[in-house]
Design a protein. Structure first.
Length: 616
């Protein structure tokens, strides 16, 4: 299996929407069947969590599933045509791969504009997969560390002798030990589980007080919670990014503890005494600073009050009712079945390239006729690229078979598969595939309309190749731009001019002096003119102008703008960088020989490309 093409991200997307739907159904079922016991709810949640881990793989089941919507190819082209015209593919001689440059203008030259690097879809997919892998690896390493810590604690623990009243009904194969390295009763191990008690519990609690806690841990062993817990941890490590699964796991942990409480209380025969034992044990809890792979009765203090309340309210403890459990399971299984049916199916060619090898081998032996046609029609689309590659490797290629093969490739719905199959044909040498047959194959696969569109694209590419005069004009524009770059002396002169302009800006003192001079001039007007001119009108006009000067001239704002323009002047380093960019763009300009070579290649391909009439 080619893991590079494995649709891991699609599986992740399926897991998210499937988890949300099943979570909603589980909550509704628990609400409707409110009398379900903790035992029933815990098993229902366990089954749900395990199924969610494998449900995304329903995409590999037979059938259609929910149809995925494909994005339309740009400019009404199929994905094949678009990729052929716009990408470089050394294995195909279908379309010339030399890029056709567009004429650049001076405004488009890289002066101060900096193009930021872009991240493609492939890079994002790789980054997402890497993040998934790292997150899972960290979670698994933590899980391994907890397992090693549990093994160390188990090896250093010493046996605990059970009280006579407890040992009579205690299973012979379940041992109890004591350790200084645990802070709560805990079950460690899978093949041969061991119950470990904290040494401070043994030293400060009586046998009767320890008895309910031991029965609680025994209930974990009888339910095989230690094995299921390990599977849950592995699932959560792989799906660490799914909050729904973490919520289900937290809810499952709570229901598991309540179920074991019910079993332990029934075994002890006194719910109140069991609650007292929980509270007594909780008093001896201290901070737990080491991760241990095991099941502890008092590790989750947040649910302790709920557990004690259940035991002291006089509620009747319930075991497993098969009718209620069946209702839970049926509702959840029905939902899972529906989700599995509507899950979009993947194209499995990435994983099944060799599944059709026998059928391909048999089809290659058929020389011609209806048998070849029927065999092609029955061969799945996923196998067509592999069959085409095998067929083109034959020594004697039948024109009739090639035409029939081209029609079959034309009918492939998946554009990527169609492109892969056609490229195997186009990769053939001229000795293996003559020009007329080549045109026939291309026209049969693409159809008349698409052939015409691609021909127009090739012609447009030829027209877009700049002439020698245009190429020289582009070079001259770049050379002139390099000459027009400011020198260090020019920048210094501009800075001096700007500084002089700032000095020459009017100040408040200058404006005040202007006021005084105008007022003095008005006062010195000859008295003999008072009768001849309207002095009041002149005075009013001058005063208005003076007020306008005060209003219109914002000296501080003008000074700020000039100083800003001074700061925006390019530095010598920036000028050198601009010059370097221009010289680099000059070296990248297409030469006359390269333009002529591109033109010849495109014209040659146009001659080799079908007109669309070949199939008629």
């Amino acid at each position: 299996m080619n893991m590079i093409n494995f649709p891991l991200l699609e599986l992740a997307g399926n897991n998210i929407w499937q988890s949300l739907i099943i979570l909603g159904v589980v909550l509704v079922v628990f609400k409707m069947i409110s009398k379900s016991s903790a035992e029933e709810r815990s098993w229902s949640l366990s089954a749900t969590l395990f199924v969610l881990a494998i449900l995304p793989f329903a995409a590999f089941l037979p059938g259609e599933g929910l149809k995925m919507i494909k994005e339309p190819a740009p400019a009404n082209y199929s994905a094949y045509e678009y990729s052929v015209i716009n990408t470089v593919d050394s294995d195909s001689s279908f379309i010339p791969r030399t890029p056709v440059p567009e004429k650049k203008t001076l405004k488009e030259l890289p002066l101060e504009k900096v193009e930021l690097p872009t991240i493609g879809k492939d890079e994002l997919v790789i980054a997402a997969l890497a993040l998934w892998f790292v997150g899972s690896l960290i979670a698994l390493i933590k899980l391994g560390g907890a397992a090693l810590n549990a093994s160390r604690i188990k090896s250093s623990a010493y046996p605990y002798v059970l009280d006579d009243s407890l040992s009579k009904n205690w299973p012979d194969d379940i041992e109890v030990a004591v350790s200084d390295d645990v802070t709560s009763p805990i079950v460690i191990g899978f093949v041969k589980p061991l119950i470990i008690l904290p040494s401070r519990f043994v030293n400060s609690m009586t046998a009767d007080q320890l008895k309910p806690l031991l029965y609680h841990e025994l209930a974990h062993i009888k339910r095989f919670d230690n094995c299921f817990y390990l599977i849950e941890r592995v699932i959560l490590a792989l799906y660490w990014w799914n909050p729904v699964m973490h919520y289900l796991a937290a809810r499952l942990a709570e229901e598991r503890e309540l179920a074991c409480d019910d079993r332990a209380a029934l075994e002890c025969g006194d719910q109140v005494e069991f609650a007292k034992s929980l509270l007594t044990g909780a008093k001896h809890l201290i901070g737990h600073n080491k991760s241990v792979l095991g099941l502890a009765a008092l590790r989750r203090e947040s649910v302790l009050s709920k557990r004690v309340k259940r035991m002291t309210e006089g509620m009747t403890l319930k075991g497993v009712d098969m009718t209620r459990l069946a209702k839970n399971v049926i509702a959840i299984c029905f939902t899972i079945a529906i989700i599995g049916l509507i899950t979009p199916r993947f194209n499995e060619s990435f994983a099944q390239d060799s599944d059709y090898s026998d059928r391909i081998e048999a089809l290659l032996k058929i020389e011609s006729g209806d048998g070849f046609t029927v065999g092609l029609d029955e061969l799945p689309d996923e196998a067509m690229p592999e069959f085409t590659a095998e067929f083109m490797a034959k020594d004697d290629l039948s024109r009739e078979q090639l035409k029939r093969l081209a029609i079959r490739i034309h009918n492939i719905e998946d554009e990527d598969l169609q492109s892969d199959a056609l490229n195997h044909i186009l990769a053939a040498d001229d000795d293996e595939l003559d020009l007329e047959t080549r045109k026939l194959v291309i026209a049969s696969v693409l159809g008349r309309a698409r052939v015409q569109e691609i021909r127009e694209s090739i012609k447009e590419g030829i027209r877009n190749i700049p002439s020698n005069i245009e190429i020289e004009a582009i070079r001259e524009d770049i050379r002139q731009a390099i000459k027009d770059l400011p020198t260090e002396e020019m920048i210094l002169e501009i800075q001096t001019d700007i500084a002089e302009e700032i000095k020459n800006l009017p100040t408040e003192r200058i404006i005040a002096e202007a006021h005084a001079e105008v007022e003095k001039a008005l006062a010195d007007l000859p008295k003999t003119l008072e009768g001849e001119i309207d002095m009041d009108a002149i005075i009013a006009e001058v005063e208005t102008e003076l007020r306008n000067i005060e209003i219109d001239i914002d000296v501080d704002e003008i000074r700020a703008e000039i100083e800003m323009s001074l700061e925006e002047l390019p530095t010598q380093e920036e000028i050198e960088e601009m010059k370097k960019d221009l010289e680099e763009s000059l070296s990248e300009v297409l030469t006359e020989e390269e333009a002529e070579e591109m033109r010849r290649e495109l014209e040659k391909e146009l001659e080799r490309f079908p007109t669309g009439d070949e199939t008629e």
